[in-house]
Write a protein that binds this ligand. Structure first.
Ligand code: C2E
Ligand code: MG
Ligand code: MG
Ligand code: MG
Length: 284
């Protein structure tokens, strides 16, 4: 009996795995036409100064409005686009669209310094020879100040990176573009290694923020975040925290010296107009 039940369970698991593979395959083959048909759109999530609640900028997060499956999050299709190389034209589209949007926000609100736009780069884009030229082109055509753009690269994409891989990022940094190390703290990178990377922002991974949710907060967790923040600041890096969901977390992270924050506590990712009204309102 147990044996046959087990057999069913495995058959069901196999069927689910098959279904997932079929969906993956279907999504992968649908990607290029989806880009042509304009099925992708971008949601923006504000980045807020922990000190005074003013909006520092926004991160562009891509979504796919699939005709059969509805709205799909990036975790469902970015890995597929990475795998097939479609991430290069898709990433270029995201960059262009997000930069255009940021230029629009900045045109109608110029006081208080430029609003920043953060755009994610995947490893394939990092390796693509056109990265610097494409970025320069997008910035020039939009008229956005390069200092208002921040490109986010995951810590894991830069682990063990050699000079060839860092060179385009260095060139972009020299133009004034900020480079952020995304999901920091998940990749076991050598902290001393940070010195040689052309990054100006550390984005502390959501897992640290989650650690701030327990009561009482584990003092060792606090020490770790405190240590990372002080190391980052001594290297002249700004610290952003991801995944802030409560006011208590925000307060704790502010006390620990983090500079900016992002998370549901402030706003979920949403339509560009929302960022516009938040900026006009001055603070969240
Ligand atoms: P990420 O860059 O680390 O982005 C942060 C993710 O955390 C986003 O998920 C965001 O919606 C989510 N998030 C924000 N605040 C909270 C919070 O308070 N609680 C929780 N639980 N989650 C929060 P999303 O939009 O699903 O994006 C997932 C990942 O997909 C991103 O992680 C990024 O690595 C990738 N991605 C998104 N857009 C792009 C893109 O245009 N290009 C590339 N290459 N990757 C992208
Ligand atoms: Mg990011
Ligand atoms: Mg992140
Ligand atoms: Mg993350």
């Amino acid at each position: 009996r147990a044996k046959s039940a087990g057999g069913n369970r495995f058959e069901r698991a196999d069927a689910e795995a098959d279904a997932r593979a079929i969906t993956r395959h279907g999504l992968t083959t649908a990607l290029p036409a989806a880009l042509d048909r304009g099925e992708f759109f971008i949601e923006y999530q504000p980045l807020v100064h922990l000190g005074d609640g003013t909006v520092h900028g926004a991160e562009a997060l891509v979504r796919w409005c699939h005709p059969q499956h509805g709205v799909l999050g990036p975790d469902r299709f970015i890995p597929l686009a990475e795998h097939t190389g479609l991430i290069v034209p898709l990433g270029r589209w995201v960059l262009q669209e997000a930069v255009r949007q940021a230029r629009f926000w900045n045109r109608s609100h110029s006081d208080g310094g430029p609003l920043r736009i953060n755009v994610n780069l995947s490893p394939t884009q990092l390796h693509h020879p056109g990265l610097v030229a494409d970025t320069v082109d997008v910035l020039e055509r939009s008229g956005l100040d390069p200092g208002a753009l921040c490109l986010e690269v995951t810590e894991s994409a830069l682990i063990g990176a050699d000079e060839d891989l860092l060179k385009p990022l260095r060139q972009l940094a020299e133009m004034g573009v900020d480079i952020a190390l995304d999901d920091f703290g998940t990749g076991y990178s050598n902290l001393a290694n940070l010195r040689r990377l052309p990054v100006s922002v550390l984005k502390l991974d959501r897992s640290f923020t989650q650690g701030m949710q327990t009561h009482p907060v584990d003092p060792v967790d606090l020490k770790i975040v405190e240590g990372i923040v002080s190391l980052a600041h001594s290297l002249q890096l700004a610290v952003t925290v991801e995944g802030v969901e409560t006011g208590a977390q925000a307060e704790q992270l502010r006390e620990l010296g983090c500079d900016t924050a992002q998370g549901w506590y402030y706003a979920r990712p949403g339509a560009p107009d929302r960022i516009h009204s938040l900026v006009l309102a001055d603070a969240i």
